[in-house]
Unconditional design. Structure first.
Length: 293
């Protein structure tokens, strides 16, 4: 590479370092405290709504998510018993018809050969298999009702995702500038470098909280889907209805605690950065005392 290209790349990198410094200082001094107070107000409103959600009755929630549970279960059981009895009677009638037709044909012919008996038995077995297949297909064709998602939880999840993405954006830019601001490795006076590394570790913990919040959303939907699938199989058992309600309530509480964790991390980051701002800006002083006297 030519010297001109290297000088241009160095200039571009220095400009990038200045831009990252300006954005990081803006985030540390303005955006992080603003987000802290915004989330503080939001958490207070969520705590008030949490009391209202816990005091709700089970029956009202069941009518919202599973309308007319008792009547549907009773009617479904009655219809299932009727359909099963009808299918069983029809299958028995068809079996008797096939056997009677075979016997009548044998009587009309007078004498029966071994070949005729074999072919008739095979035909009778084939017809019985077709009847059993049709009965199984009729039993499988059961229309299940669609169970909606909890709208309150989905709204909180969408809001939490936005806050997590903003948090990750702020932390990545601040960490980038702090790592670029680490001076040349040399002997002595490395206390400021150790301070920067500790601050970067605190910022990394707040990132871990954001990633945990994103992972909890997928686990919730998978677990709730399994509960609803078991409920569709066992509609008469009311414990499954209560389990889904309690599962939703637990998820609402966990989402609101995630908002609190994000708020607290903003406050911790702002406090640690402001206390150690001198060491972050100047990790190593130029006017060092090299001698003891």
């Amino acid at each position: 590479m030519d010297q001109k290209e290297t000088l241009e790349l160095k200039k571009r990198f220095e400009n990038f370092r200045k831009e990252s410094k300006n954005t990081a200082l803006e985030i540390m001094n303005l955006k992080i405290p603003k987000k802290y107070f915004e989330l503080r107000e939001r958490v207070e409103s969520l705590e008030e709504s949490l009391k209202a959600t816990i005091e709700k009755n089970y029956e009202k929630e069941f009518t919202q998510f599973f309308p007319s549970t008792n009547t549907n279960t009773n009617t479904n059981t009655k219809t299932k018993t009727k359909t099963n009895t009808n299918t069983n009677t029809n299958s028995n009638k068809n079996k008797n018809k096939i056997l009677n037709t075979n016997i009548n044909t044998s009587k009309n012919n007078g004498t029966l050969n071994d070949l005729d008996l074999g072919t008739r038995k095979r035909k009778a077995k084939f017809d019985l298999k077709e009847i059993s297949k049709n009965n199984n297909n009729n039993n499988k064709r059961v229309q299940l009702k669609k169970v909606p998602c909890n709208k309150e939880i989905i709204q909180l999840m969408d809001e939490l995702k936005k806050e997590v993405l903003i948090l990750l954006q702020y932390t990545s830019k601040v960490k980038q500038w702090m790592r670029l601001n680490i001076p040349l490795i040399s002997d002595g006076a490395n206390f400021g470098v150790a301070v920067i590394e500790k601050v970067i570790g605190i910022i990394g913990r707040s990132e871990d909280v954001g990633y945990e919040a994103l992972q909890s959303t997928t686990k919730y939907f998978i677990a709730r889907g399994k509960l609803i699938s078991t409920l569709q199989k066992h509609k008469n058992i009311q414990d499954y209805y209560y389990s889904i309600f309690e599962f939703d309530q637990r998820q609402i509480i966990t989402l609101k605690t995630m908002f609190r964790y994000i708020r607290d991390n903003y406050g911790i980051m702002y406090d640690t950065i402001q206390k150690n701002m001198e060491k972050i800006l100047k990790p190593r002083n130029d006017n060092r005392i090299t001698s003891m006297f």
